[in-house]
Every structure is written in C-alpha cells, then in structure tokens.
Design a protein around this ligand. Structure first.
Ligand SMILES: [Zn+2]
Length: 161
C-alpha cells in the first residue's frame, strides 16, 4: 500500500488515548456507570471530531499482515522487529486469557522545526464478552519487558489484589 500523508497529529492521537484510558479506568474502578461511560465516550469522540481521521487507522487480520505493512512503510528494521515482538507479547497474553484480539496501526504526523515527521503507532485491541478486569488488563500489559508510555499509564494506580 502506498499510504498518503496522515491527517492526524501525534499530540491529538496521544491525548485521545489518554482520555480514553481515563474513562476505562473509571469503569474498572466502578467510579463511572456504564451509561455515564457511554456519554463520556460520545463526548470524547465529539471533542476529537476533525482531529482524528479514520483514513489514518489501518486494521489487519493478524500480526503477520501488520508486520508486512510496517515493512513497506518503516525504514528502520530494528524498530519493526522490536515493535512486532512487543505487540505480539500483548496479543499472545490476551489470547491466552480468552480475548479476541484485533491488530491495527495509526499513522500521524508532527512538525519539528521545518520538518514533518510521520509516526506509526501499532496497537492491539482486545475484546471479550465478559469485559475486561484489572487482573487481565494487568497481565496483558505486563506481558512485555519494555512497556510503552501508554502501557505504563494504562496500569498506573491500578489497585492490584
Ligand atoms: Zn505495549
């Protein structure tokens, strides 16, 4: 695939993920009801309308397809290998716990001085009829040796027992 220049900015994508984590944490801590969470999700989507673009989000059937696309779009082979290893560990931990896993990446850009940089955020999504709980979230996120900043935020102040 020859991908066009992304429309989504790095900062918007990262901030959106943070907001999403806040809502998800609220649910896990029983601080937000399902109804209020739905309202918060809708508000979040509304707030980020015009900032996040669907055409920058790419879904893949499996980790191999995602890897192949990274190889077309990313020059640094070392970082591809590390990232595939990283997402693969999250995915395998989730599958082991009975979750459905989806594979995707988001492309975004940032401006550094005169330069425009494209960044790719590979990610896995997990879903389960029974929902997510702290113990499982913790296991999925901690399946990696080198958690990303968002991984760290995702398990920050989680009560473990
Ligand atoms: Zn991670």
């Amino acid at each position: 695939m020859n991908l066009p220049f992304p429309k989504t900015r790095d900062v918007d994508y990262i901030e959106f993920q943070r907001e999403l984590l806040r809502i998800n944490h609220g649910i896990l801590r029983n601080q937000i009801s399902k109804d209020n969470a739905q309202i918060a999700y809708e508000k979040l989507l509304k707030d980020y309308k015009g900032k996040l673009f669907e055409e920058d989000l790419f879904y893949f059937d499996n980790l191999e397809d995602l890897t192949r696309e990274l190889e077309v779009n990313v020059i640094d082979r070392q970082s591809i290998a590390e990232c595939v290893e990283h997402e693969g560990r999250h995915a395998r931990a989730a599958i082991k716990l009975g979750y459905n896993v989806s594979y995707s990446f988001v492309r975004s850009y940032s401006r550094i001085g005169e330069k425009l940089l494209i960044r790719i955020f590979p990610r896995i999504g997990v879903s389960h009829e029974g929902g997510l709980n702290y113990k499982n979230l913790f296991a999925i996120i901690n399946a990696v040796d080198n958690p990303s900043p968002l991984d760290i935020e995702a398990v920050a102040d989680i009560p473990i027992n």
